[in-house]
Ligand binder design. Structure first.
Ligand code: 13P
Length: 253
């Protein structure tokens, strides 16, 4: 049976009370496969959302962390801090963090290692810009990100990392990669991982697509062989849309 993870990335949206309201409405939907769904929320919402999700099977994630355990890093949040709250996932290397907050493959790699050590599942984002896509070098670029981000991560831990292929030109633009374009890149990424590790490990990875996924296009994307879910921005902020995407995945064997 195909594995799926439908992850909402709220980005910098929803105050604590808005988050509480959202989770109550999501619970009321009665998702058919809650264990393959999670919401990645702002730090300030983590405790409230964790409590609200108790007993639902829906997972919870953060959107960033620091790689050091503690210390003089004003404004940062460490992995042990997240661990104590009981989070399941953490988004790492999102293109917005790479672009606006100086996230590099070196810091991404350190964060992945810190999360794996703590038993939190990283959701690692990779993906090319429009400029790179137009040059036709997206595969070289994304392979470079994957190789650098997985540097020094052993075969026993590798497939614990969820990968989100997010072409930057499709994020928040309403312009979705076609199912064939998304499948081509997700299959390519799986091939790169099989090359670094082995075929069995490559096959074990959950590889998501992200970029303007919505109820109207989710099914055809999720039906593709190498696409194991979605990392959803805008549509994850609306309960009806998010639940519809989760149900689209739940209906695929
Ligand atoms: P949108 O779904 O809003 O395009 O965002 C995608 C994304 O960046 C999820 O991390």
């Amino acid at each position: 049976m195909k594995k799926f993870l439908i992850a909402g990335n709220w980005k910098m949206n929803k105050t604590e009370s808005e988050a509480e309201e959202f989770i109550a409405a999501l619970k009321a939907k009665g998702l058919s496969k809650p264990e393959q769904v999670c919401v990645c929320v702002p730090f300030t919402d983590l405790r409230t959302v964790k409590k609200a999700l108790e007993g639902t099977g829906i997972g919870i994630g953060a959107q960033n962390c620091h790689f050091e355990e503690s210390g003089a890093f004003t404004g940062e949040v460490s992995v042990p801090m997240l661990k104590e709250i009981g989070i399941d996932y953490c988004v790492i290397g999102h293109s917005e963090r790479r672009e606006y907050f100086n996230e590099t493959d070196v810091s991404v790699n350190k964060k992945l290692k810190a999360l794996i050590q703590a038993g939190i599942t990283p959701i690692l984002c990779v993906g090319e810009s429009l400029e790179i896509r137009e040059q036709g070098t997206e595969q070289t670029f994304v392979a470079g990100q994957v190789i650098a981000d997985f540097d020094g991560i052993g075969i026993a831990d590798a497939a614990k990392i969820v990968i989100a292929y997010e072409p930057i030109w499709a994020i928040g633009t309403g312009k979705t990669a076609t199912p064939d374009q998304a499948e081509e890149m997700c299959a390519f990424i799986r091939g790169v991982l099989s090359g670094i590790y082995d075929n069995e490990t490559g096959d074990a990875f959950i590889i998501q697509y992200g970029g303007s996924m919505k109820p109207g296009n989710a099914k055809e994307l999720l039906e593709k062989k190498d696409i194991n879910g979605g990392l959803i921005g805008g549509a994850s902020l609306k309960v009806d849309d998010f639940a519809a995407i989760a149900e689209a995945a739940a209906g695929i064997e």
